[in-house]
Write a protein that binds this ligand. Structure first.
Ligand SMILES: [Zn+2]
Length: 319
């Protein structure tokens, strides 16, 4: 299809209310959706956006200063100056901005910038291994736990109470809408707190260590209970944010010239003795929390031993 957004402007007056680059971006997204569909039919035919189902957002580009920061405001095409709550200074040239409205009614803007960044690779001297832990995110080769707070679980009682009120309230009533916003705010707060925690924790680890090794886990398969024998708490895994955490670790490491190494998920990290390398298949049983190596006599904490093995395997792969 070679249709342009401009040719619809006569028929749909409201298209004139938004800037042309926002429309161009919508068209690019549609093209991508078609390409995805034709490359693999499993991706499904493009669907119309829904006010209810979809996130309300649009993207526009900076053209010769059409998007710029002025004091504590941002200038947007066709909208003008909008007051901002900026959580960091913008460095570099603004390329694209995406404005979105969260279900709570709050507006967010994410700003993509381009700048020169020379990444000098660091010769790793400090190494860390992380063993995924369903309760608490991870145990490290230095014997530390992430102490991950279970935000969702903590907020669940409150959520359930408001959810009940919400379902009982009359649809389209003022109260119904009020409760919907309250629910959205709680969800938003949980997500924000989780992200904040993961960002701070990953920044700390990346500044302290030069190479971090992790298990390359397939979280989706795990939460689907396919591997029910080993992992069987779908909700706990999803709450736990391991996927998001490792993604953040990866790009933060990269920015600083450091390394994140993913160790194959079939590497028997919890079975090997981290002192002599003896493989103890008895530790396949998850209830074994501590064990003594029958070969060299070392006493092991299950998780710390696994984290040390992951660290060593990461060092080996890197070398
Ligand atoms: Zn041993």
């Amino acid at each position: 299809m070679n249709n342009t957004p401009a040719q619809y402007k006569e028929e749909f007056e409201w298209l004139k209310e938004v800037d042309s680059l926002a429309l161009a971006n919508a068209q690019l997204h549609l093209n991508d959706a078609y390409k995805n569909f034709w490359s693999n039919k499993k991706n499904g035919f493009p669907k119309f956006k829904s006010k209810k189902r979809n996130k309300n957002s649009y993207s526009t580009n900076n053209q010769k200063g059409s998007v710029r920061i002025e004091g504590n405001k941002i200038k947007l095409p066709k909208i003008g100056l909008v007051k901002l709550e900026m959580h960091r200074q913008i460095e570099g040239k603004i390329k694209t901005v995406t404005i979105s409205k969260a279900p709570s009614g709050k507006y967010y803007i994410s700003i993509l910038v381009e700048y020169e960044n020379q990444i000098l690779p660091i010769v790793p001297r400090k190494f860390l291994g992380l063993d995924y832990a369903m309760n608490g995110l991870y145990v490290s080769s230095d014997g530390e736990c992430a102490n991950y707070p279970k935000y969702f679980r903590l907020a669940q009682k409150k959520l359930a109470r408001i959810q009940r009120k919400f379902s009982r309230s009359k649809k389209l009533s003022k109260n119904h809408e009020k409760l919907r916003i309250r629910l959205s705010r709680i969800h938003e707060k949980i997500a924000n707190r989780r992200r904040d925690f993961l960002h701070k924790l990953s920044a700390k680890l990346v500044s302290e260590y030069d190479l971090i090794a992790i298990e390359d886990l397939n979280m989706q398969a795990m939460s689907k209970k396919k591997h029910g024998r080993r992992f069987s708490f779908g909700k706990s895994i999803l709450d736990n944010g391991w996927g998001m955490f490792t993604q953040i670790l990866e790009y933060k490491s990269h920015w600083m010239g450091k390394n994140l190494v993913r160790v194959d998920r079939f590497y028997p990290s919890s079975q090997l003795c981290s002192c002599c390398g003896y493989q103890n298949s008895e530790t396949k049983d998850l209830s074994v929390r501590e064990w003594k190596c029958p070969e060299c006599g070392s006493q092991h904490d299950r998780d710390i031993n696994a984290a040390i093995n992951i660290r060593n395997e990461g060092m080996r792969i890197f070398a």
